[in-house]
Ligand binder design. Structure first.
Ligand code: AHR
Length: 796
């Protein structure tokens, strides 16, 4: 009997369409736009930086006064008569003594402005001066040693604002240059919107994108791009004219001088130079469908809520962006798009309302958006939101809302440990095809090592396998400037002149480059035995803790539910981890349970909070600081009750429900652990329930699809285990013929391997081809590998 392991691919048995399954998500965090994908080289080009954006910002951030050869000048910022009221500030050089030149310089981003020998840089500026009209203004790019590597001369002959432009050609390569603007004469020289772009942007577009980063994105061939956030969308005020406003797309189009500066909630300034027109253009350029995310009239971070009778303009924004993308030039917003340089519609299939909103105000408002959009555009796929947690009250509320209102998709977000992903491979197996589809709009395992990428690849095979229920999925976040990190991990890292993709990037790219159009039925035979169920009960200490709060725990009892044994802890535990605390030494109180074999127990206590911004924190099943479970009540923003697991120092939220801890109130807390099932109750009412499943790694994760145009059969296989697996790949229902299998494989690297500027391709796929006759071939899937087989029939 033939017991060799087999992967049988049924080439005539097609399943769900894969549609737009794998795409990307752009959010301007980690300086992903300014100082990142947006190719502008000048930082704070319109002198609008402000402490509202970041406490140490000011209008001259990144600028310095320059005085040369005995020159003397004052440099200030004024706002009396700007070129454009949306950008009120401009720089004023008051020339006191011209010397050999006075003016200002800009530091760019990271180590400075990067230039390459022989390449052109497009300079532009709005200037006016009070006199000395014949005196030249010199525009210089000076290298890190102060030598001039590119220069141009401009004559400012106007007392009113004028736009001036020049092309500068770099004589040398240097990544730490300064842009210097000098003049002589007397009186005032005033400047605004000082801009320098490489001529070489992605596809040469003006106001364009950094070529190297854009190429990495284009190379992925994503089916869609979600933008512009993330929390960036909904974190802000209700007034669109505030610099602290939620993201209102109409403020981001038109000439860049008319786009207002914006506080980016990730702690910096956003010029909006990369705005909705540029997003749509980029999507078109890389063949990705645009998925704009619009605020739903609710900022869950600050509890800002648009009254229902004032929701009209917010809904109109959604309708208008659809018209902006879809309408012809005879429509109001189609005409705007056309006037910006794109007469033909961009097209739009999807729109998302809200980003991981939690709370009733969002779900009360969502239906108004949904109804208005569907009435005008019945074919538009409208995306609802299910919060930032993989399970729990708000997650369920999002899904219930989607079902009730007929949302096409539900946006799910989770950032979890690799172990959580391994334990939850079957997450979507029972999801139904006739329900709203999953839009996994943000996900990542914590880390950019090969191990993370390997686990994500395995998970992606299951997303693909469940394409009947999973419509869209994108890794997050996408871009990170190494010198401005808000969030880790990220898919692509860069500085001002170089960029590399992480192992996670190469996995995403493989899945996008070879997505296929329809699933093929695939079955494994004789794979090594499925792993034993290793769901050992939760074991370890219980620790009462406080984080950023002052709390008291008393009436503490621990009961073994199987034996009835009861431990009573008489003491009153007072913990203070507030700013005001005299000592932080007393942050934890530990009650060891690891000396027991209790597998079913209940912890009961009375808890009260007397100060601080958070609530209660209980660690249980604690092996050590890096491996434990948490019950956190009133954590970040004091609005949740969360059960989470920490594995190897990496956290995974198991479930969440809304809960706010009030000061000076007694709460009866009850934590019940039974095997790996955890339930938590407050004042006798269950608030959280979760199973902390341990990974049961399958011998192989696999999926198969067919690409309609080429007829190629695509097999993806992920071997997470460290043992190689020799498998016969059989193409069922096909004629014996000559085939080649194009092989793309990630393997042979340590699990902790990462890519870097120095070694950007350390973890990246190798490619080769295998020719075979008949209907199958033997393939050795290496231990810890991601393999992509693209099988083509050879035509004689
Ligand atoms: O991707 C980073 C952040 O994670 C996003 O802004 C937000 O949606 C999520 O919480």
């Amino acid at each position: 009997m033939d017991t060799k392991p087999k992967l049988n691919v049924y080439t005539q048995q097609t399943g769900a369409e894969l549609g737009d399954l794998f795409g990307i998500f752009f959010e301007d965090l980690n300086h992903a736009a300014d100082g990142g994908l947006y190719a502008e080289l000048v930082q704070n080009r319109s002198f609008e930086f402000d402490p509202v954006d970041r406490h140490d910002y000011h209008p001259l951030t990144a600028w310095e006064k320059v005085e040369r050869g005995g020159g003397r000048a004052s440099l200030s910022v004024e706002d009396e008569s700007p070129f454009h009221p949306e950008n009120p500030h401009y720089a004023v050089i008051e020339i006191l003594e011209p010397g050999t030149g006075v003016g200002l310089s800009n530091a760019g981003f990271n180590t400075g402005i990067p230039v390459k020998a022989g390449e052109n840089y497009l300079f532009s500026v709005y200037m006016r001066r009070s006199g000395s009209f014949g005196t030249p203004v010199q525009v210089l790019i000076e290298d890190s040693g102060g030598a001039v590597t590119a220069s141009a001369v401009i004559t400012v002959d106007s007392a009113g604002w004028q736009k001036y432009e020049a092309v500068l050609t770099a004589a040398s390569t240097d990544n730490s240059c300064r842009l210097v603007i000098l003049t002589g004469g007397a009186g005032r020289l005033e400047l605004d919107m000082v801009s320098l772009f490489p001529e070489k942007t992605y596809l040469g577009r003006r106001n364009g994108l950094r070529e190297d980063i854009a190429v990495l994105l284009a190379d992925m061939k994503p089916k869609f791009m979600r933008f512009p956030g993330g929390c960036l969308v909904h974190d802000g005020s209700l007034n669109p004219d505030d610099r602290n406003s939620m993201y209102r797309w109409k403020k981001t189009i038109g000439d860049v001088t008319s786009r207002p500066p914006r506080r980016n909630n990730w702690g910096y300034n956003q010029t909006l130079g990369l705005g909705y027109y540029e997003y749509f253009q980029f999507c078109e350029d890389i063949g990705a469908k645009a998925i704009p995310v619009l605020p739903g009239g609710y900022d869950p971070h600050h509890g800002r809520i648009v009254p229902l009778d004032e929701l009209g303009p917010w809904i109109q924004d959604a309708l208008d962006v659809i018209e902006f993308a879809r309408g012809d030039a005879s429509t109001e917003w189609g005409a705007v798009r056309s006037s910006l340089g794109h007469p033909e519609p961009f097209g739009l299939d999807y729109i998302a309302i809200g980003n991981e909103e939690v709370g009733e105000p969002f779900f009360e408002r969502y239906p108004y958006f949904h109804k208005a959009i569907k009435e005008r555009y019945p074919d538009m796929q409208v995306i609802n939101s299910s919060g930032p947690f993989a399970a729990g009250g708000e997650y369920e509320r999002g899904w219930a809302s989607a079902r009730e209102h007929g949302s096409d998709l539900v946006d799910e977000h989770y950032y979890q440990s690799p172990e959580w992903f391994l334990a939850n491979m079957d997450r979507y197996d029972l999801f139904k095809a006739d329900e709203p589809k999953v839009f996994l709009g943000e996900y990542a395992s914590w880390g950019n090592t090969y191990y993370n990428a390997l686990v994500e690849a395995a998970f992606m095979t299951r997303l693909e396998q469940n394409a009947h229920a999973v419509g869209l999925a994108c890794y997050a976040p996408m871009l990170c400037n190494v010198d401005y990190v808000n969030w880790k991990p990220d898919m692509i890292w860069f500085d001002n002149h170089q960029v590399f993709g992480t192992p996670n990037y190469y996995v995403q790219k493989l899945f996008m480059n070879h997505q296929g159009d329809r699933l093929l039925h695939i079955e494994a035979e004789h794979l090594p035995g499925q792993p034993e169920a290793l769901q050992q009960p939760v074991k370890g200490s219980i620790v009462l803790a406080a984080e950023k709060s002052a709390v008291t725990y008393r009436n503490i009892t621990l009961t073994n539910n199987l034996t009835g044994e009861r431990r009573v802890i008489e003491e009153i535990v007072e913990l203070d981890d507030t700013e005001a605390a005299a000592s932080k030494e007393e942050g934890l109180r530990s009650f060891p349970l690891d000396d027991t074999d209790w597998s079913d127990y209940t912890l009961k206590l009375t808890a009260s909070k007397n100060g601080g911004v958070r609530g209660f924190l209980i660690y249980f099943g604690m092996q050590d600081g890096m491996n434990r479970l948490n019950w956190e009540l009133g954590g970040w923003q004091n609005q949740d009750s969360i059960l989470s697991a920490v594995s190897g120092g990496r956290g995974s939220c198991l479930t969440q429900s809304l809960f706010t801890v009030e000061n000076d109130t007694d709460y009866e807390l009850e934590l019940h652990v039974s095997g790996r099932l955890i339930t938590a109750a407050i004042n006798g009412i269950e608030i959280n329930r979760a199973e902390d499943r341990l990974p049961e790694i399958q011998p192989l994760y696999y999926t198969a699809s067919v690409e309609d145009l080429s007829g190629d059969v695509i097999v993806k296989a992920v071997n997470v285990l460290d043992t190689p697996l020799s498998v016969r790949v059989e193409l069922k229902e096909l004629k014996a013929a000559s085939y080649t299998a194009e092989v793309h494989e990630l393997s042979g690297v340590a699990l902790d391997a990462e890519n870097s500027f120095a070694d950007p391709l350390k973890v990246s796929p190798s490619t080769r081809a295998i020719a075979f006759e008949g209907t199958g071939f033997d393939y050795d899937f290496p231990g810890q590998s991601v393999t992509l087989l693209r099988i083509k029939r050879q035509h004689s």
